[in-house]
Design a protein around this ligand. Sequence first.
Ligand SMILES: [Zn+2]
Length: 509
Amino acid sequence: MRRLLSGLWSLLRFIWRWCWGALVLGLVVGAFYLGVQSEGGFAFTQEQAAAPPPPAEAGPSVKAPELTLPNAAVARAGIRTGRVIRAPAVHEVRMVGMLEVDETRLEHITAWTNGRVEAQPVSITGEQVTAGSTLVALYSPELLRAHQELLEGKAAVRALDASASEFMRERAHARLEGGREKLRQLGLSEAGIARLEAASSAQEVFEIPSQMGGTVLEVLVRSGDHVKTGQRMYMVADLSELWLQLTAYESDLSWLRYGQTVRFEVESFPGRSFTGTIAFIHPVVDEQSRSVPVRVNVHNAELELYPGMFARATALAQVDAEGEVIAPNYSGRWICPMHPEVVADSPSTCQRCGMALLSAEDLGYSSAKDSLPPLLVPAGAVLTEKQVGVVYLAAADSLQTTFRGRRVQLGPQVGDHYLVYSGLEVGDEVVVAGTFKVDSELQIRGLPSMMNLPYAAVPRRFQVDMATLEALRPVFAAYLSCTRRWPWTTSPRPAKPAPSWRWPSRRRL
Ligand SMILES: [Zn+2]
């Protein structure tokens, strides 16, 4: 028994001395390999880096399973096939929200001065008004005095003749300008002041116009009311443009871009869809709902849509072969960061807001131009939803169909398809219905299922340059150094050779 324990102790010491380094090396190299795998493989030389990636067939050590069935059995099992295609792909992001008044087209008409409502040409909510049309007539002693001063100043200027001194001229003009300035301070426009200046006598009642054409949403005063300076009297909105305020999930943000087209429906018009353009994506996520407000500009020239309507919307994000969001209509063009409808072919400024136009790349779109549309495989053909999927290729003749499993690198799901990064070609025929049946039939026959093949069966590589490899040199050197040292110290291994170990003989036991 003692000898047995001694033998075990010797075995442990042997393992400790000789296997520790190998174990550490194995773990580190294994972790490094897996880490590299998770990012898509590794190319160690420039020649290899320049070489095209190997096909994503089953790996070099694992043969892809094959299954051959008579065509009648394939039909009975309901197995259907489809083609891998290359076509434009649009990812749909669904959101809900509500129509609102465009804040930039909303006007509050307030009293310029203290006064009394003498007349009210517009007194009904919902009435349509044009820019410059009179909303209310206000009696104001203050305005009356200001108008009198303006007319007196004008009369003083008119009374000047050739014999008037320079001092008299300056004084008369200063009086006239003072009258104008007082009216400006009371809120009158230059056109309104010019009109008062042309009047023959001072007015007691002043008409207050709407600065903007639109719909009267609120009437807050009635004839005979006394109003104070700054008191709100009307709210007028131009409803020919509306805002659709949507709520997007945090997880959908990567698909949303400024300027994207949004299609939406409202309950008032079942079966009919309207469109708008994303004009603002809120830069902060709501902590409670984990959502982000998205604002959409909606053209409503026919005034069919009303603020307050509930809408179900779908943002359309077109993606390229790399899965990046693109905007072909903006490609190579310049867009206003405030008005997505303002698009120019060269760098310039927006005519509406004066801001410098930005390129599509500045707005977050992929810079890829004239790239091929993405490679798409029907979603029903893919067994897993991870980055690496399993599909079965089908090759049929007049009598039978052969299914062969293949692992492919997948991009995001876009509608009814997955983007394919590698592993399939255009025109490949794959099983789109009954994929599980094919896989389970393989297992029933004792063949390896594609679902159970090791992950390493998918060779993936990514290219690194020599500078990166040089940067990794100290890491390799450290590995090798570690294996030559005691694992717990930095001192060199003792010169004493490691004791050899043998299995204890039965005789000794
Ligand atoms: Zn603009």
